[in-house]
Ligand binder design. Sequence first.
Ligand code: GDG
Length: 452
Amino acid sequence: MGRLVIVSNRVPDPRERDQPAGGLAVALADVLRDEASSLWFGWSGQQSDFEGDPTPAIDTHHKVTYATIPLTPAQHRGYYQRFSNGILWPLCHYRLGLMNYTQSDWEYYKDVNGMFARSLLPLLEPGDTIWVQDYHLFPLAQMLRDLGVTAPIGFFLHIPFPPWSLFRALPPADALLRDMAAFDLIGVQTDEDAENLKECLRIEGLDGASRVMACPIGIDPVKFGKEAREAWSGPEVARLRESLHDEPLIIGVDRLDYSKGLEERFLGYERLLTRYPEHRCHVTYLQIAPVSRGEVEEYRLLRRQLDETIGRINGAFAEFDWTPIRYLTRPVPRQVLAGFYRLADVALVTPLRDGMNLVAKEYIAAQDPENPGALVLSHLAGAAPELTEALLVNPHDADAIADALHQALTMDKAARKRRWKQLDTEVRSTTAGTWSRDFLKALHNAGKAKDA
Ligand code: GDG
């Protein structure tokens, strides 16, 4: 077997003990542990001024070779902050109103993809299989092909793909779709995403050029369950438990991002306290929301808005010995987080749109089978078609969130166990391992079909 070459925007520092808060890094770290030999190429996270193409810095750690390049501050702004996170991210999350397009950002995006291709080229070896990750790198396969690379190249999109009626609002929609057709295989999270992408390719006359496959991502549930059991006896879980005085805990864990529906979720929780006042002075809602993309204007505005909403709700409902919402914008270490999930009676996961949402799966994997908690999940998360035994809600409907929370908080143990068992079976059947194996097998077959 040849090497697996992963290309993603950001390559995490292999020596950092804790994983960064982000779904892609978490999933890929789980995958690469099982590969015989692999290369992970991408941005180092550093910004510096340089001329021409940077030479990758190489670092080998636990069988994985990490090759990273810096970005100039101008590239970081144009390619990463603006085109990837200020244009493609809102577009793919169905938020056209938040998309701020300029031609100059599109130029930066193409330039940096070209630079990625040229810097990667000398590192490639015969027999490599290349797997490109996520929306930052839509044009990369075409650019590698232009340089003469013939290796199989696959792509996985971690976020949703919108229907043509929305995607066509992107000025370079045609060019981007033409570039995407250079991948041998494109994986997306759900059937809905696959249908949307196929429709776009069909309208552009590109169907047949590239295979599209729904290939849902998952976690390593065995490892995560073990972490949760270990964290259970740790000092942080003990402190959190003592602070609750045997009263119920609702937990939310999300990067601070407008796609996660945090504002709507807080309003849903507020509705719970008005419509079901019996929960006042008893339930605690802990929201962990590490700041993300703080340099992008929309994210700064969101943070201010959430500060205001939480302040208002806490001010209106708190008692001198009870705070309705506890809110942290710092990341919590992964091992501690696993224990918090296990302690929580309810997980509240209500994105307005989400490619998959690994938090929902982590919560299930962390539960005690003898006394599991309940999951309230947005039906607009990519995880919803799999996790049908969750309490599914429309994240825009505060009353529906309040009702689901009330149902979760009052559900008897037998019902919780029954629902959790089915959810756990799902989480164990679609894992990070099955995701990468299924994708790479299909990529291999797509390559063979092309050669035939
Ligand atoms: C993208 C797609 C898709 C969060 N806070 C902390 C922390 N996290 C970890 C969670 C989880 C990960 O970050 C978040 O993953 P999600 O899947 O929920 O969301 P995105 O970051 O938006 O990921 C998403 C994913 O890619 C994979 O394809 O599911 O739809 O948007 O693992 O636990 N980790 C730590 N501290 C925190 O405070 N340690």
